[in-house]
Design a protein around this ligand. Structure first.
Ligand SMILES: [Zn+2]
Length: 628
């Protein structure tokens, strides 16, 4: 999964019509799920599920703990119209008193198949990310975890399902789920395990394009957008995505998929998010991601697909033992997310540069942004990094405000900075003979396999690192994961020959982020970030002028020095005083109160950059340079 570092709002991330008779090829023991998505643009998907059953007590579960989301956020509250029947007779049901995702029923004698109908109702702006509408008037993401039940006590690898999907007329689709055939707008998929079905979302839409990205096994990029114009991907960008496939396979030296499908939703209605799967990834970003000059420099967008692709190796194939659960009811443990997400964050940043998706200058600016952003995470003075991983299920869903104090999901960016430190340490100690690339080949690489899960624990990571380069890796990680230290861990950046600096003008990467997130980022000057809409304060960095002045999230900046707020007005106020100490008056609306707050500030606008530090050799440039 990948979320924006400073996303302003909770992620806009994300008929009992009996379709033609079920395909004859399914085994008797397979469940059949038929989804009618013709009303998906409205936010309603209709399900008819047929489950093989035996008479007696039966408990059915709605998927709760979702792989990639690391959270118990299966949107069970979005279900309506739930009805069970057998041989045409209604069967009563009761929800479990403790587990809201469990339904109890008694199957009458002589009943071998249970019919279940329900619909999933999703809305824009839902507080639960996973209950957000994933469809617009022009496209739909079909997430199978939302559209089925399975028997309690079973392992998802042991359950077989065949799926059938009806889309709005004329829509095309992309998915890693093998297809048996399509008639009109109804597609019949091959029988697969429940694991594979839930791991294989479908992207569909009226404005749709599929590109072949080469690779062995083959890799495809499917684009669905809210307009045809948004699909106009340049030849240069296509070449960079093809290069991404080459660079990733060169890095790991093997693959663990039979085919790979990037699903990329280009919509301002669905928002920013990425969810990894073994043979595909569900990537969601702004409608104009491919065609807007500013967005073309957004690191969140152009590191997104590399990040989710890396997960096929790091997260899906090699998976922390606490996240390798056998079904969707067992709680997941996030303690190794500093590897699962942190190393993926690092490698996603590396591969976006190696593939050219971000230019060398943009890639450095992305690292500068990461370093500066880490310095704002004041919660490091009370909370160790390891705790953010353990409590990931809280971090993903907590409010955006005050995250600089709480830290939320810091195990992404802070761990990436620590993996950079590990990489520079290996390169320096071995005089360039070894690098973290060697760890990736050892830990995630040969032999190539179809999708499979090889779990690991902390000791396995330490052992593999020691195989690459003998060192006190246990001490290295134990210290960095558990220490409580206010200072951001920029040692890897320094060892790589670069240091964080600030410039009066935003970099193209920061401009791209401002456009993508619709925010104005003043974290490194006044100490706040503002939503463009309504100038609402997203968060306040502790220890900054804004913090000293008592500003709070969810207040609105109405005026700056007596002039109505705009991006330009606040940026002009930062420029106007040079480096002289001065007062900037902000007229603030908080709840139903207006008040003028004096913010004491000295200096220009501050926007992060990297500066070459001659004290150490430049290791970052070779790390970010292509291998192929
Ligand atoms: Zn991720």
């Amino acid at each position: 999964m990948r979320v924006s570092r400073r996303r302003p709002v909770a992620a806009a991330l994300y008929c009992t019509l009996l379709l033609a008779a079920a395909h004859g090829a399914h085994a008797a023991s397979a469940a059949r799920v038929e989804v009618d998505a013709r009303e998906a643009p409205r936010g309603i998907e209709h399900v008819h599920l047929v489950l093989p059953v035996k008479p007696g007590k039966l408990t059915l579960l709605y998927p709760k703990w979702l792989p990639g989301e690391h959270s118990p956020d299966g949107p069970v509250a979005g279900i309506s119209g739930l009805k069970f029947s057998g041989k045409g007779q209604t069967i009563a049901w009761q929800r479990d008193l403790d587990n809201m995702h469990a339904f109890h029923l008694t199957i009458p004698s002589g009943t071998a198949e249970l019919d279940v109908v329900f619909e999933v109702d999703a809305v824009p702006g839902a507080t639960d990310n996973n209950a957000l509408r994933t469809s617009t008037e022009s496209l739909s993401l079909i997430l199978w975890n939302q559209l089925l039940l399975y028997p309690a006590g079973a392992q998802s690898d042991d359950l077989q399902y065949t799926a059938k999907l009806r889309l709005p007329a004329g829509w095309e689709m992309g998915t890693a789920l093998p297809r048996v055939g399509t008639t009109a707008d109804v597609t019949q998929f091959a029988q697969v395990s429940l694991t594979t079905l839930i791991d294989s979302p479908v992207l569909s839409g009226r404005h749709f394009k599929t590109l072949e990205l080469g690779g062995t096994p083959a890799v495809y990029l499917h684009l669905a957008a809210d307009s045809d114009a948004a699909l106009d991907m340049s030849a240069a960008a296509t070449a960079q995505f093809r290069k991404l496939v080459q660079e990733a396979t060169a890095l790991f030296g093997a693959t663990h998929y039979s085919e790979y499908h990037f699903l990329w939703t280009l919509s301002d209605q669905i928002g920013f998010e990425g969810i990894e799967h073994h043979q595909s990834s569900d990537n969601r970003s702004s409608e104009r991601s491919l065609i807007d000059d500013d967005l073309r420099h957004s690191h969140n967008i152009y590191e997104l697909l590399p990040h989710e692709y890396v997960h096929s190796w790091n997260g899906k194939y090699r998976r922390p033992v606490g996240l390798a659960t056998g079904n969707y009811d067992a709680p997941m443990r996030g303690d190794l997310l500093w590897v699962y997400e942190g190393l993926t964050e690092y490698l996603g940043m590396v591969l976006s540069a190696r593939s050219g998706l971000l230019s060398p200058a943009d890639a450095r600016n992305s690292w500068a942004e990461a370093a500066a952003w880490l310095q704002t995470r004041a919660g490091r003075d009370w909370r160790p990094l390891s705790d953010t991983a353990i409590a990931a299920q809280l971090g993903y869903t907590q409010s955006v405000g005050w995250r600089q104090r709480t830290r939320a999901t810091d195990f992404y960016v802070e761990s990436a900075m620590l993996w950079l430190e590990a990489d520079t340490l290996i390169r320096t100690t071995t005089h360039g003979a070894k690098s973290l690339d060697d760890f990736c080949r050892l830990f995630h690489g040969a032999p190539s396999t179809p999708p499979k899960v090889v779990p690991y624990d902390f000791n396995d990571v330490i052992k593999a690192l020691n195989t690459v380069m003998p060192y006190d890796w246990r001490g290295f990680w134990t210290d960095r994961l558990n220490r409580v230290r206010a200072e951001a861990p920029l040692e890897g950046l320094h060892a790589g020959g670069w240091r964080l600096a600030f410039d009066a003008e935003p970099s193209p990467v920061e401009k791209g982020e401002s456009v993508a997130t619709k925010t104005t980022n003043l974290y490194y000057s006044l100490g706040i970030s503002l939503k463009d809409e309504g100038a609402a304060i997203v968060d306040v960095v502790p220890g900054t002028p804004a913090d000293a002045a008592g500003l709070a999230p969810d207040s609105n900046v109405i005026a700056v020095n007596g002039r109505k707020y705009s991006k330009d007005v606040v940026e002009d106020a930062l420029k106007a005083g040079g480096t002289e100490p001065r007062t900037i008056d902000l007229l603030i609306q908080k709840d139903d109160t207006f008040k003028t707050i004096e913010v004491h500030y000295a200096g220009h606008a501050r926007h992060p950059r990297l500066e070459r530090d001659a004290a150490a050799p430049d290791l970052l440039t070779p790390i970010l340079s292509p291998r192929t």
